[in-house]
Every structure is written in C-alpha cells, then in structure tokens.
Design a protein around this ligand. Structure first.
Ligand SMILES: *Cc1c(COP(=O)(O)O)cnc(C)c1O
Length: 332
C-alpha cells in the first residue's frame, strides 16, 4: 500500500507558500451541536468562506501560478460543474490571465453568472461533464490555451492538500477527517498530507448515492463511467475520467472508506447547517454533516474534522429546503 507517490508532503508545503496571497487560511470551528450528536468532538473546516465560496481556489491557484510565463500569456481553459470554473476565473482574473470556461448545459444559471462576472468567457455545450470536456479539448487544440484540470493533476491535488496542513496546525491531535468526494482531488490532497504527518488519522470520503463515480470505480477496481443524475450536491457530479492518472490510485491507497448519502439526507444536512450553525452550505459541502447526522460514521475516534467544502448554493434552493422543514415541523 501507499507505493503510489505522485505528490509528497513537501509539494503541499510548496503549494501553501505559492497560493498564500490568493487563497485564505480558513477557520476551523468547534461544533457543539455535532459533537453532541457524535458523542465526541467535531470541528468544521469552513472552506465555504474562501473568496470564491469553495476550496477549489486552492488547487486552481497552485496550478495557474505554476504555469510558465508563455503559458500565462496565452491563457487558461477549464471545464467544470461550477466551483472549479469559478476558481479558475477568479485566479486568472487576479493575475490578469485570460480564462475560458466550458460547462455542460446542466450547470445552473447562478453559477454561470458568477463566472461571467469574474471576467471569464463561458461556453455551454452538451448535457454532461464529459461532453463539456470534449468540447474544451477541441477549443484547446485551436487556441493554445492551457487546460487547468479540476482534480486529476498533481498541482491541483497539492493545492487542495493545503487544507490538511492548516488542520494539523490548528488541531494537532485530529483523529479523523470527513471529506466530500467527486473526482477525488480534495480528498487525495488531504489524505496524502494528513497521513504523511500521522498515518493513524482516518480519512473518510462521502458521496451522494445517486451518482458516486469514485465509489463505483473503487468497487470495479478501475475508473468506470456512470450516468449523470440531478443532485442537490451538483458540485459532486461528473465522472473521474476513464483515463484517470492520479486520484483513483491515490484514493484507493490513502482513503479508508467512502460512504454514501441520499438526497434527503443531504437536504437535512443543509438545513442543519443553516438552522444550527448559521452557515449557508451547498449540497456538496454538506455531505460530511449528513454522514454524522445519519450515524453512518461510527467509531470516529476523539477529534473529527468535517470539511465544509463550499457554500455556493442559490438562496432560492436554501429557502425552499428550510420552508419544507419548517412546514413539516408545524404539520404534526
Ligand atoms: C469540487 C467539489 C467537491 C469535490 O472535490 P473533488 O476534488 O472533485 O473530489 C466537493 N465539494 C465542493 C463544494 C466542490 O466544489
């Protein structure tokens, strides 16, 4: 186990120095309500407070700052369900680099608008991530733009891993981390960093049960395609790529387990974050909280960190979820 080392702890420290002017050090807060539920201490890592509303700014900053001057002058291209595109648009905007973002037509309008506001050129094509990806490859051929991969890139993984360096400093005796999983860049970076510091820390991934690409790929022993569904955790949609080079093996080697949560459980967790923590958290960002509320996490050890990976939910969705919960409460 753990022979596959495309990134090392030192790469993650390098990433941290490089991205420090663009990504924030995010707060780690103690949650008394979740601690009570779990029966041991729970802390929340608030990546929803990043300038672009998600952790993706870390990997995008590390990848873009790592380009050559010539690549920077030609610009970057990305395909994304939203948060990665937004991060690439933001970082490129801050550095004065041109950015083109390819999206599938499934990506909600509020996410598209956010990227356009940051100065990026947005093109929408196809009904899946994979189709948007194909189109991005076509544009790249013609334009000489450099692709910034959303997860399957060592610089991106190292950037996401900087979260774990902050956790290890703020909570040196952390025993367990719970991390949302889609393509696996976030959890790979965190797992490599934390397990390099302390191999005993348990790393648990959480995905939505309607389309968990990494989960099915692990079961199959190789990257597999899955059908895309609509999910409250829209930022977790998309495959891991049949030609996956890094995150599949890293997750297989470094992550202890992946658990699944339902749409209803995700909505409950979003409501819980709003109602009990006063935090607006998107579906993808709330799956770790679902894992605790549903008691799918057992035996977590004494100090658990839940990564709240993003807060880019539109207000209408959040209000709808809250209204339903209050409606149900009043019915009896
Ligand atoms: C992208 C994203 C994830 C999943 O990250 P991966 O590196 O693709 O596993 C989780 N939460 C949010 C909010 C995201 O935007």
């Amino acid at each position: 186990m753990k022979n596959f080392r495309p990134i090392r702890l030192k790469d993650i420290y390098t990433a941290r120095r490089r991205i420090s002017e663009i990504a924030q050090r995010s707060p780690l807060i103690y949650s008394s309500v979740l601690s009570e539920r779990l029966g041991s201490a729970v802390y929340l890592k608030l990546e929803n407070l990043q300038p672009t509303g998600s952790f993706k700014i870390r990997g995008a900053a590390n990848a873009i700052l790592g380009l050559s001057p010539d690549q920077k002058s030609r610009g970057v291209i990305a395909f994304s369900t939203g948060n990665h595109g937004r991060a690439v648009a933001y970082v490129a905007g801050r550095l004065g680099i041109k950015a083109v973002i390819c999206l599938s037509k499934r990506v909600p309008a509020y996410r598209v608008n956010a990227m356009q506001k940051l100065g990026a050129e947005v093109v929408q094509r196809g009904n899946s991530q994979d189709e948007a990806y194909e189109y991005a490859l076509e544009i790249r051929e013609k334009s000489g733009l450099t692709m910034v991969n959303p997860f399957d890139d060592p610089l991106v993984i190292a950037g996401q891993g900087t979260i774990a360096l902050e956790v290890a400093e703020d909570l040196p005796d952390v025993t367990s981390v719970i991390v949302p999983v889609s393509g696996g860049g976030l959890i790979s970076g965190i797992a490599v960093a934390l397990k390099s510091i302390n191999p005993d820390v348990a790393v648990t991934g959480v995905s939505m049960d309607c389309a968990p690409a990494m989960f099915h790929s692990l079961q199959a022993g190789k990257p597999v395609e899955i059908e895309e569904k609509d999910s409250l955790a829209d930022a977790l949609l998309g495959g891991i790529g049949l030609d996956n080079r890094f995150t599949f093996q890293l997750v297989r080697d470094y992550v202890d387990r992946i658990i699944l949560v339902s749409e209803r459980e995700i909505a409950d967790a979003m409501f819980f974050c709003l109602d009990q923590q006063r935090l607006a958290i998107e579906g993808a960002g709330a799956v770790g909280v679902s894992a605790i509320l549903t008691e799918k996490i057992r035996d977590p050890g004494s100090k658990t960190v839940v990564v709240l990976s993003g807060g880019n939910v539109d207000t209408a969705t959040l209000v709808q979820i809250a209204n339903k919960r209050y409606g149900n409460k009043n019915e009896k």
